[in-house]
Design a protein around this ligand. Structure first.
Ligand SMILES: Cc1cc2nc3c(=O)[nH]c(=O)nc-3n(C[C@H](O)[C@H](O)[C@H](O)COP(=O)(O)OP(=O)(O)OC[C@H]3O[C@@H](n4cnc5c(N)ncnc54)[C@H](O)[C@@H]3O)c2cc1C
Ligand code: SF4
Length: 626
């Protein structure tokens, strides 16, 4: 084995990963006077690299991708965004077990995926913490809404979240800043929803519309998917980590890929071993405590790869549950061309992404449904900055040449409305990740192998989405694009649902890079294409025509649940403070501790949980308990 360089300093806290969870822990601890060493596998973020205001003509191929992929709705990667991530990372493969279909999106940069995520920011409802009590499926969380509500409050006040007070049980109100005005297509959707007995309300986005902690309010450029040079939206890098560094309490080591946690004879973590990616050398940093926030699956991988004589199944894994109960969000999209929007005077519809969303409205009607749990709807539409991707797909929907074609494109531009369902998945025994016994990454670290299965609850939920979206879109006179396609389908009109980021072919991130070949390390980018998030179902759907077009596992990029919390050490690796039951100085602060995956996008709950964990850890350090 190569020589390992070890630090002499014993750091109070080593945090692994700088996304939503790691950024929050770092910021909270630093502000409480606790020193933090932050290990991040990617490079340092440079604000000057954000391309938020760069025009298409300033980038190669106008950002359409080297093969013009944007014009054929093929994934382009993040060529037009200041981001570092995708389903394919050079030298970092993963595998998918035969019969499963899963893609794993990762980012490697300070701030992780928060630099370009969709920023949909929703609290879990009270009943979301007690799903088993509600319908005897899945598991209850060891905490309740009241335990987390103060941390949702803190997060909202610190970050800035848009929204309006509505009093809807499935969508608890928070401490909001004023939302942006509805756009023309939002008004159509809201009216059509009302005619179908469904309530649509102001979107809840992690964007500050008022000045806050030195951050100016949003200037409505509509480019959140490319970062924000004014830090008006939330990213852990510029909202939490850079300010935390100014306290003098934080040291960041970038390009540091944690390999394993080192333990002593008592079983406590004493050091984190990492690969310095700048030269491939192996280093160790010593610590009093460690917080894993490398993202749900990476944190599970680190634990599974930290084997020792005391921990033969991996660290904190005597329950055998590390890697288990992997969940994603159920995704399905439908879009339509709406004649009422055709020929309208064009106006600036940029805003901060979508300004409208539809909370789950049937939470008290489950006895009338053939699936458990619910979904919310994210709404897309409008013009967007004229850019790559053929004017939001208009060019793909119009044929001909000359002046008539140009006129038709102008008329078509901005007439598309997309609805994306984001639904709850119930944890099951067949969806999990484990260490692949054969395959290693470029540094020799064993990689993850994924297993995946949707249950009938999720499939029936998608059938319900199909009927509902059709009803809403047809109520406003919409002509459905690629009905029943794979979540809207290739060649369909774009959906601009906010969680997805702006539409295929626009400047926003294209998240569906090539996925893995079943049973093989992930294939080179470009083959096989998987489309955008929720845009394409996987192999199982292709094989079974009766199967509804559900998103492939992992495609919605909401993977959670691999190191869950619970009161019983026999069934849960973590306790209710996200502290390992059997390793008292080990904490997990990303999506891994989730016990269920409600329809709410997970990042707000990751932040609130991480905040709570950080405060608990600071107190335990003060008491000398860890
Ligand atoms: C396009 C897109 C849109 C999204 N939209 C939404 C949305 O609207 N709302 C929402 O709630 N969620 C959304 N998500 C999901 C959201 O980004 C994640 O929930 C969130 O970023 C998870 O935070 P995290 O801290 O767990 O991990 P990440 O943000 O993934 O950060 C993990 C960090 O850890 C680092 N790391 C990994 N392994 C190691 C290692 N071994 N050693 C050191 N460092 C390591 C990574 O480089 C990374 O920087 C979206 C995601 C994408 C990609
Ligand atoms: S829309 Fe607002 S929050 Fe988003 S990138 Fe532009 S200024 Fe920043």
């Amino acid at each position: 084995m190569a020589q390992v360089t070890s630090s002499t300093t014993v750091h109070d806290v080593v945090v692994v990963g700088s996304g939503a969870g790691g950024g929050t822990v770092t910021n909270v601890l630093a502000n409480m006077g606790v020193s933090v060493l932050l290990l991040e596998a990617g490079p340092m973020l440079n604000i000057a690299d954000l391309k938020e205001h760069m025009w298409p003509y300033n980038v190669p191929h106008r950002g359409a991708g080297p093969k013009g992929q944007a014009y054929t709705n093929e994934p382009t990667g993040f060529t037009y965004s200041a981001t570092y991530g995708g389903s394919q990372l050079d030298g970092e493969p993963y595998t998918v077990a035969p019969g499963s279909d899963f893609s794993w999106f990762r980012s490697r940069i300070l701030g992780g995926r928060t630099n370009h995520y969709g920023r949909v920011t929703l609290r879990l409802a009270d009943y979301d913490f007690k799903p088993y009590t509600t319908d005897s499926l899945g598991f209850d969380w060891p905490i309740s809404y009241n335990d987390l509500a103060p941390y949702y409050d803190k997060a909202e006040q610190f970050i800035g979240v848009t929204g309006s007070i509505e009093g809807i049980r499935s969508a608890p109100d928070g401490i909001f800043n004023p939302p942006g005005a509805l756009k023309a297509h939002d008004v159509l959707v809201q009216r059509a929803c009302a005619k179908n007995g469904i309530r649509a309300v102001a979107a809840r986005q992690a964007v500050t519309t008022v000045a806050r902690n030195g951050r100016p309010p949003c200037h409505y450029c509509g480019q959140c998917g490319r970062g924000c040079t004014t830090a008006s939206n939330y990213a852990s890098s510029y909202v939490q980590i850079f300010p935390a560094m100014k306290t003098g309490k934080v040291q960041v080591i970038a390009n540091a890929m944690a390999r394993e946690l080192v333990t002593d004879a008592s079983g406590k973590v004493t050091a984190v071993s990492y690969v310095d990616k700048t030269d491939g050398s192996e280093k160790q940093v010593r610590c009093r405590s460690v917080v894993l926030a490398a993202s749900a699956c990476e944190s599970a991988r680190l634990l599974l790869n930290s084997k020792s004589s005391q921990h033969p199944q991996g660290l904190a894994n005597s329950s055998g549950k590390v890697g288990r109960y992997l969940m994603d969000t159920v995704g399905y999209s439908m879009s339509a061309t709406v004649p009422a929007l055709s020929g309208m005077p064009h106006y600036n519809s940029d805003g901060y992404g979508s300004h409208l969303y539809v909370p789950w409205w049937l939470w008290d009607k489950h006895k009338d449904l053939n699936f458990a749990r619910g979904y919310h709807i994210e709404v897309g539409g409008g013009y967007g900055m004229p850019g790559i991707g053929s004017f939001q797909g208009a060019v793909n929907r119009v044929e001909g040449y000359g002046i008539p074609m140009k006129q038709a494109i102008r008329d078509n531009y901005g007439t598309s409305i997309g609805l994306s369902g984001r639904g709850e998945m119930i944890p099951n025994e067949d969806s999990y990740c484990e260490v692949d016994p054969e395959v290693k990454d470029r540094w020799g670290i064993p990689v993850l192998r994924f297993h995946w299965k949707w249950s009938d609850h999720e499939l029936n939920q998608v059938r319900h989405m199909q009927q509902t979206f059709r009803a809403i879109l047809e109520t406003m006179g919409g002509q459905i694009a690629a009905p029943g396609g794979r979540g809207g389908g290739r060649g369909a009109a774009p959906t601009t649902a906010m969680d997805t980021g702006p539409q295929p072919g626009s400047q926003a991130p294209q998240t569906g890079q090539a996925g893995p070949q079943t049973g093989l390390p992930n294939a080179p980018a470009g083959q096989p294409a998987t489309g955008g998030r929720g845009q394409r179902a996987g192999n199982a759907a292709a094989a079974d025509p009766n199967r509804p077009p559900i998103s492939r596992g992992g495609a919605i990029i909401h993977e959670v649940g691999t190191v869950r919390m619970g009161d019983d050490p026999k069934t849960s690796p973590l306790n209710k403070f996200c502290q390992a039951h059997e390793v008292k100085n080990l904490f997990v602060a990303d999506g891994a501790p989730f016990v269920s995956n409600a329809d709410k996008n997970p990042t707000h709950t990751i932040i609130a949980l991480a905040w709570r964990t950080a405060e608990y850890l600071a107190e335990e350090l003060r008491k000398g308990n860890v």
